[in-house]
Design a protein around this ligand. Sequence first.
Ligand code: F6R
Length: 597
Amino acid sequence: MCGIVGYNGKNQAAEILLAGLEKLEYRGYDSAGMAFQTEDGLVQYKEKGRVADLRKAVDGSLESSVGIGHTRWATHGVPDRKNSHPHQSATGRFTLVHNGVIENYEKLKNSYLKDVPFASDTDTEVIVQLVEHFAEEGLMTGEAFRKALSLLHGSYAIALLDEQAPEMIFVAKNRSPLLVGVSEDCNVVASDAMAMLQVTDQFIELHDGEVVLLGRGGVTIETLEGEKIERAPYTAELDMSDIEKGTYPHYMLKEIDEQPGVIRKIMEAYSTEDGTLTIEPAIRQAFRRADRLYIIAAGTSYHAGLVGKEYIEKLAGLPAEVHISSEFGYNMPLLSEKPLFLFITQSGETADSRQVLVKVKALGYPAITMTNVPGSTLSREADHTLLLHAGPEIAVASTKAYTAQLAVLAISAYCLGDGACDFDLKQELGIAANAIETLTDAKQEMESLAAELLDNKRNAFFLGRGLDYYVSLEGALKLKEISYIQAEGFAGGELKHGTIALIEEGTPVIALATQRNVSANLRGNVKEVTARGANACIISMEGDSEPGDRLILPHIHDLLTPLAAVIPLQLLSYYASLQRGCDVDKPRNLAKSVTVE
Ligand code: F6R
């Protein structure tokens, strides 16, 4: 979702900000803009569409070393030029970019800004108009900014320019991600370290309710009340190659291919020196104290949670429930006596999940965040973090983070079971990683399958039972989000309770048959749909396959089959998206990091 960059330094800001915005494109957006302090006053550019369009609009001879930039994912007001950021105060003195949602903007407008002409339909504009309102009442910029912030209800990451203080960027954060980057040549601000890795790898975390004065020569962090905060920078351990596509046509394909390596990296990260799988003692303790695990997540992470519940119950013997975060927070079920909460979130920033974390912390319950992003909001705010070690995931459609989530869930459950299982998980994960490698090599086959099954189709169904059902939900999500084919995942037996009415000649049905205990039932369900004209494609596993199965996965441990079964579904979605000419890495309307509820 919206991304912010800001630069205050010795060099020309425009190219640095444009390159930064390009790095934030993965978050999802529909317009982009920038503003610069120049000798002739403030200059701004905004465009609906891509950063590439913004790049074309920028005057090549622009001279400025202080600027802010923004990619907008529309919430209030349609995606157009008028609503894209930056927004300016009525006189043009203040200019601001914002990520988040101001819940009380209407009320603030009516209370303070009745006579002010608004230029956009956004909630954001109220902030910049408020700053001007208080400055006109005689407050210095910093004070006017704080006063405005103190009135806001909602989430924000803000970078503000004042034409009368051209050497400074005013920054604030509450519940939306924002980092400050520091170096000898410049100080910067960004929603994500990868946007500013081009100028520094030294970043300072910002906490909610903090305000930053970002000068060229230094950075001051303060609380909203003006109390100074000292916080040392950390080194962002990101490699430029992690965030470049390299020779791949799309990030999604690169990330699909990275999955075997990710599984191996996770095994290493969760091993003791003698090679035994392990999790932190404090996390083990938290699980030990709990009488029930509540897994909270959204989207793909929710699908991983469904598989995780099976792992936790089967390997660790702890009852577990999985909940969609946007539902759970507003309709909490009766909780057990000693609940433990596990938040699964690739980004660590998902607002739907965060609102639950805030609520359960207020109730005094322990929480663990499983995330790919160390230092992310949910990681900081939970008691413990389980890291995914998947490396930056840039494509909007999650692939390697999902398999990483499955692997870390399996390891956690296995370690909690104290090795009482009748198999060696490390060895089995190694076998799974090899199987994934074999499957990612089957690209041509998946490309042909996508054409054969999905060409010109309006809808598609995914069937599975047991763990395969959970993978079918993920397969359907992948296909619909990047190819726009309406796709649904079903428990094998469920289709005939209504949805089978949609099956007609040629309807694609992708059926997963890797679970031996229910594969006969699943095959029966496939017969039901083929009898009604469906074009069924069965994906089974070595040792339990039948003639006519379209794809046979290498044999891996029954519990780990989701790690392999999801790979053909990811590739199928990728090729279906390509064949339809869709934007694979940046599907319409979607954002990578969903920072609003
Ligand atoms: C789909 C996808 C989303 C995310 C969801 C939660 O490919 O990526 O469904 O899984 O938005 O995001 P995180 O895991 O960052 O909380």
